[in-house]
Structures are given as structure tokens and as C-alpha cells.
Design a protein around this ligand. Structure first.
Ligand SMILES: O=P(O)(O)OC[C@H]1O[C@H](O[C@H]2O[C@H](CO)[C@@H](O)[C@H](O)[C@H]2O)[C@H](O)[C@@H](O)[C@@H]1O
Length: 240
């Protein structure tokens, strides 16, 4: 069982959402928040002097929908948008817009394959093919035809999806941004995630003297992670 190498008085918890706090579901809007998760997170937030954040690829509004009033801070869209405290303004960066013809071409493919879904974000988009695997080759051919890096973007393989993201912003930059804000400042970050994009968060947390873990390398699955989190909320698994 993983042990946090320091006590709650020194820790800040920064957590990924999909595949970590909730199991992966057929579509982004059908994820289920398990019974017990919200009470555990609220208890942890209390133990950590408020230092609980969600660092997600999703827009911030979706975290407000699934976990209303729970985290102190949310970094959304892999760090493109950051809300450092409840009710605070959402800080966005000046980033290039996704070219309109890229969006339109992706939506043309979406229209041809029932179940395929194009998720639009502030500075990117996700081409989902979980419910239409036959759309993958068309999405891949389309994205391969774009001058992605020259346009200020980066293509990332996601879970049954291809994500177009802005260059220079990731979960590591998001974590560093949050860690200078109260009540995170002066604490050591603990980051847990499950996906390729979470590796940046893990790396940043470790470089800052904290700890970072990944599902399935360090926890076999999201359920086991949530059980461990429940233990932390009950005071087990902390160092001194
Ligand atoms: O950073 P995260 O909180 O892990 O978010 C990553 C992406 O998650 C969502 O897509 C993924 O989860 C869906 C629900 O389980 C699943 O249906 C989809 O196949 C996955 O790719 C979300 O839609 C994206 O915006 C996030 O970037």
C-alpha cells in the first residue's frame, strides 16, 4: 500500500478526474461519481487546510457539474484555464484559436459515424471514437493533414480519442501555477492521474519535492485508488 511520505499538514492534493476519481464511461457525460467520493474529498479538503484541486482535461464547468462546491481550485483543459479559488475569475492564457476549417472537417466526420463525437474546448478539441471505432482512421487521416505544430498545437493520443491541445501548457504547468496560490503555497503536492497527459503532473509534483502516482502503474485501477483515498480521508496512510 502506498504511503504518503509526509503528514496532511504539509500536503496539497491535486487530482485528475476521468479514469482516477471516476471510472471511464462510454461518453464524457455518462461518468458516475461514486457514493462516498464527495464526503471523502470534503473531509480531505478540511484535513489539508483547503488544499484540494482537480487538474483535468475537461472544461472547468464540467467539474462544477460533477463535483459542485468540492475542490478549492480547478485547472481545466490541461491547464489552459485555471480557477484558483471558489468564485474567483477563471484565468485563461492567450492561445491560438483552433482554425475554423479544422473544426468543420472534424464535424463532417462526426456526422458520418453515429457515435463519433467532437468535443470543443476553448483552445483545442477532442475527437472521440469510443462509440464509433470505425471513425478512428478518418480522424487520424484528417489530423495528420494539419500543420499542427506550426499552428501552435500538439496532437495527443487520449483514451479512445485524439486530442488537439495548445503547445506549452500541460498538467505540469497547471500544477506549478496552483502551487503558488493560497492555500497550496508552502505545501508539498501529491498528484494522481491515469493518462499520458497526467505524466506531466506526476513529474512536476516529484520535482517540487512532493509525490506523483499513476494508475495502473501505482494503483491497479481507479476503484483501488478511491479506496486508498478513503483511507487517507480516515487518517490512514500518512507519514509524520
Ligand atoms: O484529465 P482527465 O480528467 O482525465 O480528462 C481527460 C479527458 O476525459 C474525457 O474523455 C475521456 O473520458 C470519457 C469519460 O469516461 C470517455 O468517454 C472518453 O473516451 C475518454 O477519452 C473528456 O471528454 C476529455 O475532455 C478529457 O480531456
Amino acid at each position: 500500500m502506498i504511503h504518503v511520505p509526509f503528514p496532511p499538514s504539509k500536503a496539497a492534493l491535486l487530482l485528475d478526474f476521468d479514469g482516477t476519481l471516476v471510472d471511464i464511461a462510454p461518453t464524457p457525460d455518462t461518468v458516475k461519481v461514486s457514493e462516498g467520493l464527495v464526503p471523502d474529498l470534503l473531509r480531505l479538503k478540511d484535513m489539508l487546510g483547503g488544499a484540494l484541486a482537480i487538474v483535468t482535461g475537461r472544461p472547468i464547468a464540467q467539474i462544477d457539474h460533477f463535483l459542485p462546491g468540492v475542490p478549492h481550485a480547478v485547472a481545466g483543459e490541461h491547464g489552459v484555464m485555471v480557477r484558483a479559488a471558489p468564485g474567483a475569475d477563471i484565468q485563461g492564457r492567450a492561445l491560438p484559436d483552433v482554425p475554423e476549417d479544422w473544426r468543420r472537417a472534424a464535424m463532417d466526420i462526426e456526422a458520418c459515424f453515429p457515435g463519433a463525437h467532437v468535443e470543443h474546448k476553448k483552445a483545442g478539441m477532442v475527437l472521440h471514437y469510443r462509440k464509433a471505432p470505425e471513425a478512428e482512421p478518418d480522424f487520424r487521416a484528417l489530423t495528420a493533414s494539419w500543420p499542427v505544430e506550426r499552428s501552435g498545437f500538439h496532437l495527443q493520443d487520449a483514451l479512445m480519442a485524439i486530442e488537439l491541445r495548445p503547445l506549452g501548457v500541460d498538467k505540469g504547468t497547471a500544477l506549478r501555477e496552483l502551487m503558488v496560490e493560497s492555500p497550496f503555497r508552502g505545501r508539498l503536492p501529491l498528484f494522481v492521474g491515469d493518462d499520458v497527459t497526467d505524466r506531466d503532473g506526476v513529474r512536476a509534483a516529484q520535482q517540487m519535492g512532493g509525490a506523483g502516482w499513476l494508475i495502473p502503474d501505482d494503483f491497479p485501477d481507479a476503484k483501488t485508488f478511491r479506496e486508498w483515498l478513503h483511507g487517507l480521508a480516515e487518517g490512514r496512510g500518512w507519514g509524520v
